[in-house]
Ligand binder design. Sequence first.
Ligand code: FEO
Length: 164
Amino acid sequence: MLSNTLQQALNDQIRKEFHSSYIYLSMAAYFEAENLPGMAHWMRLQADEEREHAMKIYDFVLDRGGRVTLQAIEAPPTDFASPLAVFETAYAHEQKVTQSIHDLYALAVKEGDYPTQVMLQWFVDEQVEEEKSAGLVVAQLRRVGDSPAALLMLDQQLGQRAEA
Ligand code: FEO
């Protein structure tokens, strides 16, 4: 049985994952408006992944006989200065999510809840990937600088992202 504290923290993480999904969907809309369909595609897939993250925790809480209580999702940013600013925001966001997962893991350890630790191990690994992939695009966009041709090439490349 989940403790109340852990149940609340897991419900909060569900909200954060849905919030991430909302943020990436908003970024996808920005890229569509900027005529960068490859980046829009990348962000759409990212939004789908975040929803899956939320549902993994959702199902885990239910499997443990807990109660899922969905919370309000705050509005995502809708305006961005540039493609680089978008990916910098995404990268910073993933770093925050990583911290949140680590805090949750520490709580599960403190409470001696082994199933939650095992479930969260997947998220610990996933966050390494999440930071890596967003950080890579930030580095690539910094290289692109003010070159429209390089930006379009990167857009094409990001458009090849396949579903995980
Ligand atoms: Fe669900 Fe991007 O972390």
